[in-house]
Design a binder for this molecule. Structure first.
Ligand code: SF4
Ligand code: SF4
Length: 103
């Protein structure tokens, strides 16, 4: 089953560039659809997600290595700038939460 939202005119598809990915898992933590999962300590695209990628862009926003590309949703320039500004804050918050580190 897949779900088309007002954010996408079609189902989105996500792709991971494994030459950039360090399998940190940040994208998995923000994906509410379970499109992205960890298996054998590697991030993979789940063949059985909940609804199918809704193109929310959270995984793209949080990835520190620009390893994720998304088709089915085009970010506006405003969204892109917002994501760039948000990324550092989100990563700091997750780092504090999961690793109890001061960053
Ligand atoms: S956030 Fe980026 S680097 Fe980290 S696991 Fe996901 S794709 Fe890989
Ligand atoms: S765009 Fe959203 S639903 Fe799709 S893989 Fe990324 S976080 Fe998950």
């Amino acid at each position: 089953m897949s779900l088309i939202t007002n954010r996408t005119s079609e189902n989105a598809t996500v792709k991971i560039d494994y030459s950039q990915c360090n399998h940190c898992g940040l994208c998995v933590n923000v994906c509410k659809d379970l499109t992205l999962i960890i298996k054998d300590e590697k991030v993979i695209i789940n063949s059985e997600p909940l609804f199918g990628c809704i193109g929310c862009g959270q995984c793209v926003a949080i990835c520190p290595n620009d390893a994720i590309s998304l088709n089915g949703r085009t970010l506006t320039m405003e969204e892109f700038i917002h994501h760039q500004k948000s990324r550092e804050l989100i990563i700091k918050a997750y780092t504090r939460f999961y690793f109890h580190a001061e960053v």
